[in-house]
Design a protein around this ligand. Sequence first.
Ligand code: HEC
Length: 161
Amino acid sequence: MRMNHVFAAAFVAGSILACAPAIAAEPSPEAARGKYLVQITGCNDCHTAGYAMAGGAVAESEWMTGDTLGWRGPWGTTYAPNLRLSAATKSEAEFVTLARSPLRPPMPFFNLRAMTDADVKAIYAYLKHLGPAGKPAPAYLPPGQEPPGPYVTFPAPPPAG
Ligand code: HEC
């Protein structure tokens, strides 16, 4: 009997090691819903490097780690932040507050603001499920400052009136 327990323990330990994926276990139902929301509302398009260009064929372990591609316009140059690091350093309540704040273009903060708290919390749960990875995105640059890396230039807005 004792040997059986030893074998069982070894088997369990072996299975855990064998299955050790880049991302921990199965997502909770809330995190799974967050993943669905992230996919259908286009968060990866900017917050995951190369995602849109690759037709979404980027490993999930890389998702939402931000991008070094700059978005330059009258507002300066912005970079889609690493949201896995954002979630790692913020409470759920802080993340919901952030999701209700105005953010610079091209972040569609108005779409995020239209989400229910439950949906924003589900996205947070998914980011926590993915866990922290990657580096912080470059910091915002004010207008007139030349970005050191690649960037996309937005045309000037049409004249008012
Ligand atoms: C078109 C590109 C684009 C898309 C799509 C996009 N974002 Fe963003 N996001 C950005 C940029 C750029 C910033 C940085 C804005 C700034 O510097 O003010 C940002 C910032 C944020 C922030 C603030 C993070 C922080 O730590 O300050 C959150 C939260 C966020 N985005 C969530 C989302 C979610 C959730 C989605 C999907 C619904 C999404 N974004 C879709 C480009 C995008």
